[in-house]
Design a protein around this ligand. Structure first.
Ligand code: FEO
Length: 166
């Protein structure tokens, strides 16, 4: 059985992962509306990954015999000024999520909850990848600048992203 504060915090993170998925799906919709289907594809897959993250928290809570309590998911932003603005936000969002995961690890350590600490280590590693992939696309969007040709080519590249199988 989990400590109640640990349970609440993991349950809250489940909500944050769902919100991340919702935010990235909103970004996918923005790109699709901008006739950038490759960017939309990349963002759809990003959103799906967040739903799988949420389910990892869901499954862990169930596994520990703790009650999952779903809460409201706030409405995500709907419009952005440019692809650059979107990816600046994605990178900042992922850094914020890294902070939330680190706070959860701190709590698990404080509570001497080794099982939860071990569970969270997957997310610690995942956040390194999340920051790397979002900052990587951000860097490319910056390089493209105002070039429509560059944007078209980057759209082709991002359209190649394939959803992971696990
Ligand atoms: Fe669930 Fe993008 O971190």
């Amino acid at each position: 059985m989990l400590d109640e504060k640990m349970r609440e915090s993991l349950n809250f993170q489940l909500n944050r992962e769902l919100y991340s998925g919702y935010l990235y799906l909103a970004m996918a919709a923005y790109f699709e509306d901008q006739d950038l289907p490759g960017f939309g594809n990349w963002m759809r897959i990003q959103g799906q990954e967040e739903l799988s993250h949420a389910m990892k928290f869901y499954d862990y809570l169930v596994q520990k015999g703790s009650r999952v309590q779903l809460a409201e998911i706030e409405t995500p932003q709907k419009e952005w000024d440019s692809p650059l603005a979107v990816f600046e936000q994605v990178y900042e969002h992922e850094k914020m999520v890294t902070g939330l995961i680190n706070d959860l690890v701190d709590l698990a350590i404080e509570l001497k909850d080794h099982a939860t600490n071990n569970f969270l280590q997957w997310f610690v590693a995942e956040q390194v990848e999340e920051e790397e992939s979002s900052s990587g696309v951000l860097h490319k969007v910056k390089m493209v600048g105002e070039s429509n040709r560059g944007l078209y080519m980057l759209d082709q590249e991002l359209g190649q992203r394939i959803a992971p199988t696990d």
